[in-house]
Design a protein around this ligand. Structure first.
Ligand code: SAM
Length: 291
């Protein structure tokens, strides 16, 4: 299907044409995506579109928008096309071969903030296992203003993406990135250990939406035969990683919360909370060493 015709159109006309094009190509939320692509292609703010919808789109913006629309129709996520994703209160760079951070993961930040609300100004130490874009560390360090964090990832690209986002979010002086396998090389104890490990069962990856299957790296998705392999590996080290009053917070896939809680309990940890995300799935499991 040819791209929408975007020569000599106004901003409002461009929005309508791209939204209709994406809808015909079966993109869910076509209008929302069309708007995000238009704003990025035209280097516009939402207010520009609202206040001056009849302004003509420049030829450069039209060309960019046309290319963006083709990429979205081919199921590339908007965040990868525009290179940015809003997470918590910040915009993060979304690098190729690094997981596009998801709103579900903000559940871990909410849960942590509530459990550690009395320690917001403490010099907490934080460990993030499987840093990806660095989303969790950027969000947590923005909320815990005296905390420091170590972020670990096996992927060199994820380590580079994390470091770039730490600089972008102004937390680079309080965050370090280490390339490695989970906490294998770490000897310190932490007040907070967070992790959103890969948790999709290997056999389910083929069934995921093309936006995920074709664009998120397998290393960030594949959790082994039942999706729980990474939790099994990580929980072994948790008792030696947590400080006495420490908290561990894990993201889990739909239907995995009880299994992950059982893995934690088997290592002597007490389950502090299982929290649902905005669509009602049990998404975050928190545990501590207990008394
Ligand atoms: C689901 S992604 C989470 C990324 C990020 N924390 C977020 O929430 O957006 C999981 C991350 O774990 C990393 N990873 C996978 N296996 C690993 C391992 N054995 N050791 C360390 N990191 C690993 C992947 O490279 C990926 O960046």
């Amino acid at each position: 299907m040819p791209s929408p015709t975007l020569e000599d159109v106004t901003r409002a006309e461009a929005l309508e044409r791209v939204a209709a094009f994406l809808e015909r190509r079966g993109v869910e939320d076509a209008r929302r995506d069309a708007k995000a692509l238009l704003l990025a292609a035209g280097e516009l703010r939402q207010a520009d579109l609202l206040l001056e919808p009849a302004t003509p789109l420049s030829p450069g913006a039209s060309r960019r928008l046309s290319a963006y629309a083709q990429r979205r129709a081919a199921r590339e996520p908007v965040s990868r096309i525009v290179g940015l994703r809003g997470f918590w209160t910040q915009d993060l760079v979304v690098a190729p071969d690094v997981l596009d951070p998801r709103p579900d993961t903000e559940t871990l930040v909410e849960l942590t903030l509530e459990h550690l609300r009395d320690r917001r100004r403490d010099d907490l130490s934080i460990l993030d296992l499987g840093a990806g874009s660095g989303a969790l560390v950027c969000a947590l360090l923005s909320e815990f203003c005296n905390a420091r964090a170590v972020a670990i990832d096996l992927s060199a690209r994820a380590c580079a993406a994390s470091a770039a986002n730490f600089a972008r979010c102004g937390v680079a002086e309080r965050a370090a990135v280490v390339q490695g396998r989970w906490a294998r090389a770490i000897r310190a104890r932490f007040d907070l250990v967070v992790s959103n490990p890969p948790y999709i069962a290997s056999g389910e990856i083929e069934t995921l939406a093309p936006e995920v299957r074709l664009h998120d790296p397998p290393l960030a998705l594949d959790g082994g035969a039942d999706g729980l392999d990474c939790y099994r590996e990580i929980v072994v080290d948790l008792p030696r990683l947590l400080a006495p009053q420490g908290l561990a917070v894990f993201e889990v896939g739909a239907g995995q919360s009880r299994d992950v809680a059982a893995l934690l309990a088997a290592r002597g940890l007490e389950i502090a909370e299982i929290r649902r995300d905005v669509v009602g799935h049990e998404r975050a499991v928190a545990a501590s060493l207990g008394e």
